[in-house]
Design a protein around this ligand. Structure first.
Ligand SMILES: *Cc1c(COP(=O)(O)O)cnc(C)c1O
Length: 422
């Protein structure tokens, strides 16, 4: 469900014409619907109504300050994976005690910043990280609340790059040795063991992997009790998928019911870290067609957005639906087959491949749908292309929530070394 719909053959985001925004803002830009963001967050949160829980929105899916501010006001916590995300989260008003910090490679400065602010917990991913956090907490005269991220070795049946809970993945501590890690943690002076965590992957469209992972976590919680270790929080991570093309992910209520049923009456607080499922379908990337180029084996629609703006197609062979902003050719939605490609000097610079679409012409506007998650956050300046603008719609209003980068900021951190002046 989202709020991008045609009215008289023109794509609207809520009550605003996308073409009108493009005239004001220029292209390319990301466009977010506040109503969709609110709807998804509320539905996700409500699905867990019956159990003690905290939704910690996973910042890396989309870290725009407007989006973080919105979720903070709706009562969300935050899942972060870097000092930069900690900074952004605090700036958007999140209370430190609602922030969980995951990630395999936390640096000392990042750990210290999180300790100084007093976050809810660190999700620990290795023995050495555990020891470092203990040492830093001792240094700062504090105690670090920790959960151990366990790797339950379940196959989420998603793209290999976004599977994270298999034993060959770099994430977490193997479930078979996790009990030893917990005993080691319990013996440390400056950590307080409060939770257990997993995050098995992303774009998961089946409930079974979540149930399997939670089963393993529960067995460990029970074993830990025998060791005198009491777990207060079970963090199930994120990973629930969305419909990009024809995937049929479980409804939020089904997902929540599976987790609740598996959790049964275990006296813990449940933490969830959804990213994609909240923001994915709440955003689109709007681009303008530059040229149409017929080739001997393929047609190309060359647009002004590239892989630097939206990396998912080339990184994961991800599918984003292609839609015209203005439908000029009713009934010809599948009249033309082409690749949608950007201006970048790489053959991997495609946004869609072998796709049926209406016959686009130079100057036409196009939307790459479902681009709200891992879109702008993965954008880069490759080929010195400027990061696109981001725009938020709320009813009949719209506002630029991140202005298009300019050439000055592109080079502002660079300098020519002194020895080259002469
Ligand atoms: C990326 C990530 C998430 C969010 O994943 P989605 O698939 O977007 O829901 C949650 N937790 C951790 C630890 C992550 O790395």
């Amino acid at each position: 469900m989202h709020h991008f719909e045609y009215r008289n053959d023109t794509l609207f985001c809520e009550a605003v014409s996308v073409a009108a925004i493009a005239e004001t803002v220029g292209t390319p830009f990301y466009l977010y619907s506040q109503a969709t963001l609110e709807r998804h967050f509320t539905q996700f949160d409500r699905a867990f109504d019956g159990i003690d829980h905290l939704v910690c929105y996973s910042a890396k899916a989309n870290t725009n300050q407007a989006i973080l501010t919105l979720f903070n006001r709706m009562g969300s916590g935050l899942d972060i994976v870097s000092g930069g995300e900690l900074y952004r989260g605090l700036r958007a008003g999140f209370a430190p005690e609602k922030i969980v910090y995951s990630g395999v490679g936390k640096r000392i400065d990042e750990i210290d910043a999180a300790l100084a602010r007093g976050i809810l917990m660190f999700n620990i991913e290795s023995q050495q990280e555990l020891e470092l956090i203990n040492a830093r907490a001792g240094q700062l005269n504090t105690t670090a609340p920790v959960a151990i991220r366990v790797n339950p070795d379940v196959d989420p049946k998603t793209h290999p790059y976004i599977s994270t809970g298999l034993k060959q993945n770099k994430f977490g501590i193997d479930i078979r040795t996790a009990r030893d890690a917990y005993r080691a943690a319990q013996a440390l002076d400056h950590v307080d063991v409060v939770g257990i965590d997993c995050h098995i992957g992303s774009q998961i469209t089946d409930t079974q992997p979540f149930a399997d992972a939670l089963q393993s976590l529960k067995a460990l919680v029970t074993a830990l009790k025998d060791d005198g270790i009491v777990i207060k929080y079970i963090d199930m991570g994120g990973g629930l998928g969305i419909t990009y093309q024809d995937e049929a992910p479980p409804a939020l209520n089904t997902y929540a019911a599976t987790i609740s049923a598996t959790l049964k009456k275990m006296p813990v607080k449940l933490i969830l870290e959804p990213g994609r499922v909240i923001v994915g379908n709440a955003g689109v990337l709007v681009t303008r067609v530059l040229f149409i180029k017929p080739g001997p084996v393929k047609n190309f629609v060359i647009v002004d957005a590239g892989m630097n703006d939206l990396m998912r197609p080339t990184l994961y062979h991800a599918y984003h639906h292609v839609q015209p902003i203005i439908r000029k050719t009713a009934g010809k939605d599948e009249a033309f087959v082409a690749d949608v490609v950007g201006p970048i000097c790489e053959s991997g610079d495609f946004l869609a491949q072998d796709r049926k679409m209406p016959p686009f012409e130079p100057g036409d506007l196009m939307a790459l749908m479902s681009a709200g998650a891992y879109g702008f956050t993965m954008a880069s300046n490759y080929c010195s292309r400027l990061k696109p603008a981001e725009v938020m719609v709320h009813g009949e209003r719209f506002e630029v929530v991140s202005r298009r980068q300019d050439y000055e900021t592109l080079v502002q951190n660079e300098r020519v070394p002194a020895w080259m002046d002469a």
